[in-house]
Write a protein that binds this ligand. Structure first.
Ligand code: ZN
Length: 307
């Protein structure tokens, strides 16, 4: 699937779905500002339509009480399901963060589990896209229905930075600590070669876990992952082990409160702020603090990498 086919697909969907069209058109008007956090050139985006996801109640009780919006029977009648890989449906996200923004949904209603290996096939099938995954406790607003998402890979600052600093002369799997950069959090970067070693590495990388900062327990649901094809035609993977689902300011009841709930795109350098006041207040220091609270600013605990 090349860029032209992707654009045609989105255009076709928007031509018959006025509600989604409205949200896509609104994207061109929303506020964006640079957030230079050390060596990460991040961007803050004021996106009011995302409040439904950022503020979503994802506790077990709330999830049980609502209808699953990813199940085919509960989707708006205008939403087209495109043939994708076996077992997966490709949907245009009606609440986009970027002009190309897909949700890739498991045909079966089953919980968000480990990082899906199929993401490797998706990245190969659409080399202009970055396929990304929010673990059940790392930004997924539907933790009860397995899904991933996709945007144009060129839009994501963290992926560009990784391609630049994780060169092929380095080991095929490394921690971003080895980049020697000032980053607000660390992550694991892997280059997957199309051979047996690559397959072993792929299996290893998808088992990386996060660690709950409250309990100290390793948790496979506390990760974000990105899969994409690089300019050399090799599969790249980033896994971001997390310490928490949301930062302290999300729960604060005083003037420090901010409605920010980082998922994969926020971690990739697009911090989404649905509330205007928060967007105006956000600055590199606050953004760094948010990243530090939900991910690992220092070295990783051994057990989350090899457990
Ligand atoms: Zn469902």
């Amino acid at each position: 699937m090349n860029t032209e086919e992707i654009n045609d697909l989105v255009e076709h969907q928007l031509s018959i779905w006025s509600e989604a069209r409205k949200n896509f058109d609104a994207l061109t008007l929303i506020g964006r500002k640079q957030l230079k956090i050390g060596d990460l050139g991040a961007i803050a985006q004021h996106n009011p339509a995302r409040i439904r996801s950022t503020g979503a109640k994802t506790d077990a009780e709330s999830i049980r009480k609502r209808e699953c919006f990813l199940c085919a029977g509960n989707r708006p009648s205008e939403q087209i399901s495109y043939e994708w890989l076996p077992g997966w449906e490709l949907l245009v996200n009606p609440y986009p963060i970027l002009p190309i923004h897909f949700t890739i949904v498991d045909k079966q209603h089953r919980p968000q589990d480990a990082i899906p290996l199929d993401m490797a096939l998706m990245a190969e099938k659409a080399p202009d896209l970055a396929i990304f995954f929010n673990g059940a406790r790392a930004g997924a607003s539907a933790p009860d229905h397995r899904h991933c998402q996709a945007v144009l890979k060129s839009e994501l600052p963290l992926l560009r930075l990784t391609e630049r600093y994780h060169t092929q002369s380095l080991p095929s799997i490394i921690s971003s600590e080895k980049f020697g950069l000032d980053l607000p959090f660390n992550f694991i970067s892997a280059i997957i070669t199309p051979d047996k070693e690559g397959m072993i590495l792929l299996s290893l990388v998808t088992k990386i876990k996060g660690e709950d900062s409250l309990t100290g327990e390793a948790d496979p649901g506390l990760v974000n992952a990105f899969f994409w094809m690089d300019s050399n035609g090799l599969l790249r993977i980033i896994v971001i082990p997390r310490r928490a689902h949301r930062p302290k300011c999300f729960y604060a009841e005083d003037e420090t409160a901010m409605t920010v709930s980082p998922g994969a795109l926020d971690m990739a350098g697009l911090m989404i702020l649905p509330i205007e006041r928060d967007y105006e207040r956000i600055n590199p220091d606050l953004a760094r603090k948010i990243y530090e609270e939900v991910a690992f600013a220092g070295p990783f605990p051994e057990k989350i990498i090899l457990a």
